[in-house]
Each structure stands twice: as structure tokens, then as C-alpha cells.
Design a protein around this ligand. Structure first.
Ligand SMILES: CC(C)(COP(=O)(O)OP(=O)(O)OC[C@H]1O[C@@H](n2cnc3c(N)ncnc32)[C@H](O)[C@@H]1OP(=O)(O)O)[C@@H](O)C(=O)NCCC(=O)NCCSC(=O)CCO
Length: 257
């Protein structure tokens, strides 16, 4: 991998965007490498959770603008589809995902963070969707995911003004889950990740699917998915372990089976 680095540690798969001199701008090559890394983590039984972060002063400053020069309408659609495909893939991964936002998360960079389940941000980071200043608008899923996450008024304000916001403001409007000083970012992210790693990975996977697909469906379909998934959870050993542990007044030891 030339544009990202990837590692596995304690059940966590790390995808580190690694073009610090270009503020981790998402080139087509980088998008392909991210897709490849997710493909590997998706089937790796030693990885139960994935963290995305950036090397250097940015999480990512967005799609690689230098690659826009050659685009016409058709190739621009393909560029956007490529970005979207990767973001959709991240969102649909059946393992929890965290964006550990170490600095600028702009444009496609913020859209990547929006495709993750959780966003933990450094106090020093700035977030925004400045595409409007390039005469375009967010094309990697932001127009849909941001509205669903924070509501239409604030999302439209961010997209139409292109203004950057601070992490604190992002937390206030529900865009990020937690804000911590940069010096504690990794420690706090790992604390949060480890909380999730103690749960049953199967229950988390079913729950994630029910929340994601249920919320994009009419409520009765979503409620049905909830009941069906709930039933499936009862077919796992983790469910038996969870109930036994409660009754025996001990901590459960979930094995993902
Ligand atoms: C993030 C900003 C505000 C940082 O500014 P500054 O600290 O002054 O750093 P720069 O000198 O501008 O950047 C350093 C270096 O990185 C290159 N770069 C930064 N962002 C991109 C990018 N998105 N694509 C390509 N290259 C980028 C920059 O050209 C510099 O390279 P040199 O070779 O050293 O000149 C500022 O960088 C900024 O505003 N960036 C653009 C943010 C943006 O508009 N993002 C949206 C992109 S479109 C998109 O994401 C579509 C998908 O929806």
C-alpha cells in the first residue's frame, strides 16, 4: 500500500491515511487501497473493529483536487461513484468503525468519517464540507449522510456556506461523539473501542444492520428487522453466555459464536 498504512493490534484493524504532504487527500489510488484494506478486515477473524485515522496534521482534506482537472461530466460521475462505493462499503462493514479525527476532516475526508459508526475528534481538528467553494458540492455521500445525522438546517448550512466548524461545535450539533485533546486522542479512542470489543461481535453486527437498514426503511419494516434480528441473536452461544453471566453475577466472556 502506497497511500495508506494498515495494521492489526488487539482485535483492532487500523487504516491510516498516509499522504501527509497532501493532507491525506483521497486520490483514486488511495480510495482503491482503502477498499482493499476493508476487504481484508471484513473476513479477518482477528479483527473485530476498524479505526480510521490520518498521518500528520489532517485526517483528510477531501478528494484529491489535483485529479479534478481532467474530469468531464462522465468521468466526474465515475469519480463520485468510486468515492461513494468506498464510503458505502465502510458503512456496511459488519464490524464497528471509528473515525479518529486527528486534524482537518474536510470534504471527502469528512464524508469518510460520516460513513463510520462513531467519530472521536481532537479538540484541535476542524470539520467541514467546503466543496461549494470549488463550484461543486459533496459527492461521496455527504448530502445524504450529514442530513440524516444532524438534520437538514445545520447540514444545509455547512454544505451551502462551506464554512469549517470546530470539534466542539461538531460535538454540540451531534456530528461527533466525543472531543478530546489531540494528546489523548488515541488513548480515548482505544478506551471507547475496548468497550465495544467486550461485547458480542455477532450482536453488534446484527444490531448495526438493523439500525442502518431499518432506519432507511418504513418503520414497520425496521421494526420487523429488529424482531427478526433479535431472534437470530438467540441462536448464538454469546446470547447464552450473556444471560448465564448475568444470572451467575459475573462478567460475560463473549466469543463471537
Ligand atoms: C485544509 C486546508 C485548509 C489546509 O491549508 P494549509 O494548512 O494552508 O495547507 P495547504 O498548503 O493548503 O495544503 C498542503 C498541501 O496539501 C495539498 N492539499 C490540501 N488539500 C488537498 C486536496 N483536497 N486535494 C489535493 N491536494 C490538497 C495542498 O495543495 C498542498 O500541497 P502543495 O504541493 O504543498 O502545494 C487547505 O489545504 C484546503 O482548503 N484544502 C482543500 C479542502 C477542500 O476543498 N476539500 C474538498 C475537496 S473536494 C471533495 O472532497 C469532493 C468529495 O465530496
Amino acid at each position: 500500500m502506497e497511500n495508506i498504512s494498515v495494521k492489526k493490534e488487539n482485535k483492532i484493524g487500523w487504516i491510516i491515511l498516509n499522504r501527509p504532504d497532501k493532507l491525506n487527500a483521497l486520490s483514486l489510488a488511495m480510495l482503491t487501497e482503502i477498499e482493499e484494506a476493508i476487504k481484508q478486515f471484513e473476513v479477518d477473524n482477528e479483527v473485530n473493529l476498524v479505526i480510521f485515522t490520518g498521518n500528520g496534521k489532517a485526517f483528510s482534506a477531501g478528494a484529491d483536487i489535483s485529479q479534478f482537472k481532467e474530469l468531464n461530466s462522465i468521468s466526474a460521475i465515475n469519480f463520485a461513484r468510486k468515492g461513494r462505493k468506498v464510503m458505502d462499503y465502510i458503512e456496511s462493514l459488519m464490524k464497528p468503525t471509528i473515525a479518529m479525527i486527528n486534524g482537518y476532516a474536510l470534504g471527502g475526508g469528512l464524508e469518510l468519517a460520516l460513513a463510520c459508526d462513531f467519530r472521536i475528534s481532537a479538540e484541535e481538528a476542524q470539520l467541514g464540507l467546503p466543496e461549494i467553494n470549488l463550484g461543486i458540492y459533496p459527492g461521496f455521500g455527504g448530502t445524504q449522510r450529514l442530513v440524516r445525522l444532524i438534520g437538514k438546517a445545520k447540514a444545509m448550512e455547512m454544505m451551502m456556506t462551506g464554512d469549517r466548524i470546530s470539534s466542539k461545535e461538531a460535538e454540540r450539533i451531534g456530528l461527533v461523539n466525543k472531543v478530546v485533546p489531540l494528546s489523548n486522542l488515541e488513548e480515548e479512542t482505544l478506551k471507547f473501542a475496548n468497550k465495544l470489543l467486550e461485547k458480542s461481535p455477532i450482536s453488534l453486527a446484527i444490531l448495526k444492520s438493523v439500525i442502518l437498514y431499518g432506519n432507511d426503511s418504513p418503520i414497520l419494516d425496521g421494526l420487523n428487522m429488529e424482531s427478526l434480528g433479535w431472534g437470530v441473536a438467540f441462536s448464538t452461544q454469546d446470547q447464552k453466555e450473556g444471560v448465564s453471566a448475568f444470572l451467575e453475577k459475573r462478567k460475560p466472556n463473549f466469543k463471537g459464536v
